[in-house]
Design a protein around this ligand. Sequence first.
Ligand code: ADP
Ligand code: TRP
Length: 320
Amino acid sequence: MRILTGIQPSGTPHIGNYFGAMRQVCSIQDKGETFIFLADYHSLTTGPDPEQLRQNVLELALNYLSCGVDPQKSVLFRQSDVPEVCELTWILNNVTPVGLLERAHSYKDKIAKGFSPNNGLFSYPVLMASDILIYGSNLVPVGKDQKQHLEITRDIAIKFNNQYGEIFTIPEELIPEEVAIVPGIDGQKMSKSYNNTIPIFGKEKAIRKTIMNIVTDCKQLEDPKDPDSCNVVALFKLFASGEELEEMKAKYRAGGYGYGHAKQALFEKMWSYFEPMRQKRAELENNLDFVWEVLRKGGEKAREEAQMTMDKVRKAVGLR
Ligand code: ADP
Ligand code: TRP
């Protein structure tokens, strides 16, 4: 079974990314051969600064390797190390109805927000279909927001197969149901775009300060408090086991336990949870050659697969 997922390289990762995406990707690598790529071609649709994009690719590779991607089990690579996906995108464009792309939520949302779309943004789902189909992927772990893109991928694959013969495997998405939305320090969904994140990696002092800034209500130290409506508890839950969590909840209800205490407990828990990953990251930062080598080897392996698919595709459509 081939498992594949792509991640856009964009900025400093936060604990919402970790619990919402990175952890799943890392845990799935035992289930089958997993391809994980850094979607730098897709990032171009929003016109990033070139140096920033390069930096973000490295940052994402470091994060995934620190948080548990094992290059012995998974193929980690840069999307643009396999330029064949662009060739396939062009070929698939010709079996993709414009209406299918016009109905894409992510495209419509961006337009609704006043974004002036380029053609790259419009055909984003076709590039994504190429990413998936070129490696014969069976299972694609993604967030809920990507469900429609997988439906579009299947539509394109079926249409191509009907027209040219059974070339492509029809993939399925794997959407983790139980992943809660991790709240940010202001209580909204944690997101880079809302400036409310707690980064996974950072200086102790800065992370502590961020945690101390989590918004709570104005109850005094002695007041009993409601654990179920508190952001600090919602975040503590990510790190604490049943008993520890119940203890904190009981302290909330009893009174005499302040939000400052709870934030301190959250900081300690989070800091020790990410300790092994911080260590791994520090090691990798001192050995960037290794990181680039992982990406280079991964790219080579992925490209071999892609080339085999492209041979069949080119023949099927009449280019050879
Ligand atoms: P951001 O909103 O910070 O820009 P991305 O859109 O880059 O985050 O998300 C990358 C991955 O992390 C996606 O799979 C997304 O579902 C997951 N993710 C992001 N924020 C959260 C959150 N607050 N809770 C759970 N998962 C999240
Ligand atoms: N569109 C995905 C996202 O924003 C990233 C992505 C690109 C992807 N190509 C993919 C995910 C192929 C899975 C498979 O999250």
